[in-house]
Design a protein around this ligand. Structure first.
Ligand code: PGA
Ligand code: ZN
Length: 423
């Protein structure tokens, strides 16, 4: 039992210099913080991120969400036992009373939910990942195979009609720390190649720390990544993943990448060719958020061998996951805590995905903070894969570094799935 003594929210800045919410929770056993991330290519089925819509910060202020924590949520949560995660989350859902957290804002509910979890973990003398494991009913010991976004495109790089993320996965490593080193060495090799080829312009970076060189197409970017892996000496150990974020280049039944236009079927064929030509083992958001038939076709065509990950399609929502299971639309779920807005609902989404033996990828947002909770979450649920951006900038490296600490703490108990990353 650990009573919440006070809750205080404030407006802070995220990695893009935009406002977000931080909660400071005082409990009997100490002070705990949680911060909210924010997406740029957000799905339309996500829980509501409450923005003020007033002049300050170009409409992006979060003072309404802050007020909702300080004046509405605090009344309901102060005095409760932070160790009762489900009850805390349900109390906030009841208070909100909408389907999408439209009254309070997911950015008000989520940090309270996470701060309670951190307080409860400390009260039990557990590390955060261990306590998440207790909530999830698993023996938390699996370090994720990271997907590192080393080349940014699309909305994260000011580009239109473009694939968003080109990622490295160090599947040939024997543990997480070695995998991180392989990925970093490949990232640095890529930087050298880009500098030589394009000069200083080639190594500018996007929202998630990946490079944004003047290379317009996916094939060109994957070739440069392959060259970097070769030059780093990790050609056999590193494979690739893409997040197309295709909702961003879909309109009226047509997908546009660069100057090419595709129907869903043609796009699925294009991806089939990509996975045949490059070591691409995972494709996220290959189809748009409501193009269920396109998703089915894609999974039929490449889902046997390739991981087909739903992000904007599923929005960490157990109900949408159930629908995707019925329709055989994907074989993997991306998990983002602020898409659904509470710890308990995030865990429900993971359980739902797991029922169908899907893989699970725990993910950051393009707008991040120094809060490393998702590193604890991915190990806590034995998630197996993470997506935290490039190994650059401390908003991303806060998570990678937290995983190094967790692997060290687990010692001989730590597991790394490597080539069996899909579980
Ligand atoms: P977002 O991008 O945080 O801007 O939505 C990340 C993703 O699409 O996975
Ligand atoms: Zn995505």
């Amino acid at each position: 039992m650990v009573l919440v003594k006070s809750l205080k929210a404030r407006e802070i800045l995220d990695s893009r210099g935009e406002p977000t919410v931080e909660v400071e929770l005082c409990a009997e056993n100490g002070v705990f913080f949680a911060m909210v991330p924010s997406g740029a290519s957000a799905g339309s089925h996500e829980a509501l991120e409450m923005r003020d819509g007033e002049k300050r910060f170009g409409g992006k202020g979060v003072l309404k969400a802050v007020k909702n924590v300080n004046e509405v949520i605090a009344k309901k949560i102060v005095g409760r036992d932070a160790g009762r995660q489900k009850e805390i989350d349900e109390a906030m859902l009841e208070l909100d009373g909408t389907e999408n957290k439209g009254r309070l804002g997911a950015n008000a509910v989520l940090p309270v939910s996470i701060a309670c979890l951190k307080a409860a973990a400390a009260a039990k003398g557990k590390k955060v990942f261990e306590y998440v494991g207790e909530l999830a009913g698993v023996n938390a010991c699996v370090l994720p195979v990271p997907q590192l976004n080393v080349m940014n495109g699309g909305k994260h790089a000011g580009q239109e009609n473009d694939v968003q993320e080109h990622m490295l996965m160090p599947v040939g490593a024997k543990n997480y720390a070695e995998g991180l080193r392989m990925a970093c060495e490949t990232y640095q090799a890529l930087k050298k190649i880009l500098k030589k080829k394009f000069g200083a312009r080639g190594t500018l970076i996007g929202d998630e720390g990946g490079f944004v060189p003047p290379v317009a197409n996916v094939e060109g970017r994957l070739e440069l990544m392959a060259q970097a892996a070769r030059e780093a000496g990790w050609e056999k150990e590193v494979v690739f993943a893409l997040d197309c974020a295709s909702t961003e280049f879909y309109k009226d039944g047509v997908y546009t990448i660069g100057d090419k236009r595709f129907s869903s079927g043609e796009l699925a064929d294009y991806y089939s060719q990509l996975v045949a030509r490059f070591p691409v083992v995972s494709i996220e958001d290959g189809m748009s958020e409501d193009d269920w038939e396109g998703w089915q076709e894609l999974t039929r065509k490449i889902g046997g061998k390739t991981q087909v990950v739903g992000d904007d399609l599923l929005v960490t929502n157990a109900e949408r996951i159930k629908k995707a299971v019925e329709l055989k639309a994907v074989n993997s779920a991306l998990i983002k805590v602020n898409q659904i807005g509470s710890v308990s609902e995030t865990l429900d989404a993971i359980v739902e995905a797991r029922k169908s033996k899907w893989s699970v990828v725990v993910s950051h947002r393009s707008g991040e903070t120094e809060d490393a909770f998702i590193a604890d979450l991915v190990v806590g649920v034995n998630g197996g894969q993470s997506k935290f951006g490039a190994p650059a900038r401390s908003d991303r490296n806060a998570k990678y570094n937290e995983l190094l600490r967790i692997e060290e703490a687990l010692g001989a108990k730590a597991k790394y799935l490597g080539r069996k990353f899909r579980g």
